[in-house]
Design a protein around this ligand. Structure first.
Ligand SMILES: Cc1cc2nc3c(=O)[nH]c(=O)nc-3n(C[C@H](O)[C@H](O)[C@H](O)COP(=O)(O)OP(=O)(O)OC[C@H]3O[C@@H](n4cnc5c(N)ncnc54)[C@H](O)[C@@H]3O)c2cc1C
Length: 410
């Protein structure tokens, strides 16, 4: 006798959305979450700056297709349409000339065309860059700042399958807070890591130190890294193709380094986008003073993000401050107040920012999207079709998995 119709592992955007679809259809559902809160990678905190700050997702990407967008509007959330094209570009501490800025726009268009026209076998994104003669800055966003990976670790096919995420909106109240609001009525047991999924008999039994639950089906919304690191033992084991797919979708990393800049605006406007290019992809992007707050939010991505998170918050804040001082003068150090660093690489239940297929392995997403034994289902940002890597996409993936479960169990 099942305790519930469906058990869902993970109370992030995908898990909460799957639960809501199933509950709306009269199914009994229990969500099991390892962390002591819901939201997963959607998490807003006031603790850092005394105002909402998104430690995970912040932009409501693809607002015209993002189900969170109309909900944010209906809830009276403060939304800003953020044109993400660069306003300020520096090579080291030298400001790019107008001619270089114009070249950047050309290079971005050339890169997009190159990706679109690529018909050969899947290859590393970096292989196209030589072909395109694109400016390196154009690829800082397509690679580390966007995919969370350096270009030589990105599959052209995977990159091509991802949608253009315009229009992008930023919220003052926080994307994490929006997801927490969305999931507030979902039954979730927090602080309960699932360590075993037994699908040997009829239905499934998920268990951990907290106990066990038997259900007709399970939806797993954990990141592929959680699967690859064997945080959950499957009995019987998952098919080899699924295991391989989890390894072929390693996590990229994006690290935020928000700095409080008190009493100085540095000639920048609210929401300006500033990029500082350096050697060996040690680049840093700043979102300047969103909503006219005192924050300059630094971002580093790809391999450099793993390095900086390993070096720790103090080193990261120092790095971001030093980069600003090189451009705006050492006096800026007097204006720097609190600084922080996000650390998703060290979060055991996520282990990175979002997944990106290895070059030549873009089909791994389709493999991992396949249910196993008609009762073990998968969902999450890594299985979100053209909206991969996004919170809105994770939600749509959770909803799709719930519909697949309904089709199976009736
Ligand atoms: C720094 C950063 C910036 C980002 N910026 C944006 C952005 O601006 N816009 C955007 O749309 N997206 C952004 N994203 C991506 C977005 O946050 C994610 O795509 C989305 O939140 C993922 O949702 P999910 O439900 O797939 O996974 P998760 O949110 O990771 O949910 C999975 C849940 O499973 C839980 N779990 C894991 N293992 C177990 C276990 N064994 N037992 C029980 N529970 C378990 C986890 O704790 C987690 O809560 C960003 C992500 C990061 C890290």
């Amino acid at each position: 006798m099942a305790d519930f119709d469906v058990v869902i592992v993970g109370a992030g955007s995908a898990g909460l959305a799957a639960a809501k679809v199933l509950i709306a259809q009269g199914k009994s559902v229990q969500v099991i979450e390892a962390m002591d809160r819901i939201g997963g990678r959607a998490h807003t905190t006031d603790d850092w700056f005394g105002m909402p700050f998104d430690i995970g997702c912040a932009w409501l990407h693809a607002a015209d297709r993002n189900p969170y967008f109309p909900e944010a509007q209906a809830a009276g959330w403060t939304l800003y349409h953020h044109d993400m094209s660069l306003d300020h570009l520096y090579f080291g501490d030298r400001k790019a000339t107008e001619a270089e800025m114009a070249k950047l726009a050309e290079a971005e268009a050339a890169l997009a065309a190159c990706v679109e026209n690529h018909t050969g076998p899947d290859d590393r994104l970096s292989s196209l860059l030589t072909e395109c003669h694109a400016l390196r800055a154009a690829t800082t966003f397509s690679g580390p700042m966007d995919f969370g990976k350096d270009d030589d670790e990105i599959s052209v096919a995977d990159f091509k399958a991802a949608a253009d995420l315009d229009p992008n909106y930023f919220t003052r109240e926080g994307f994490g807070a929006l997801v927490a609001r969305f999931g507030a009525d979902v039954p979730v047991r927090t602080g309960c890591p699932v360590r075993r999924v037994d699908w040997s008999g009829a239905g499934v039994t998920v268990s951990g130190d907290w106990g066990s639950i038997h259900a007709d089906a399970v939806i797993l919304t954990v990141s592929p890294a959680v699967l690859a690191f064997d945080e959950i033992a499957f009995h019987p084991a998952l098919p080899p193709a699924h295991v391989e797919a989890a390894f072929d979708l390693p996590m990229g990393l994006l690290t935020k380094i928000p700095l409080e800049i008190r009493g100085a605006r540095l000639g920048l406007d609210a929401f300006d986008d500033l990029l500082i290019e350096r050697h060996a992809r040690h680049d840093i992007f700043f979102l300047c003073f969103p909503f006219d707050t005192d924050l300059m939010v630094g971002f580093v991505g790809g391999d450099f993000a793993w390095e900086i998170e390993a070096a720790g918050e103090e080193a990261a804040v120092d790095f971001a401050t030093t980069r600003l001082a090189a451009i705006f003068g050492a006096d800026i150090k007097r204006h720097v107040g609190r600084g922080h660093m996000t650390n998703w690489s060290a979060d055991r239940w996520v282990r990175g920012a979002y997944a990106a297929a290895r070059p030549g392995k873009a089909q791994a997403r389709a493999v991992l999207a396949q249910p196993v034994g008609a009762r073990v289902f998968f969902a999450g940002e890594h299985l979100a079709g053209s909206l991969i890597q996004t919170c809105g996409g994770a939600r749509l993936s959770g909803e799709a998995a719930a519909r697949a479960v309904l089709a199976q169990i009736g």
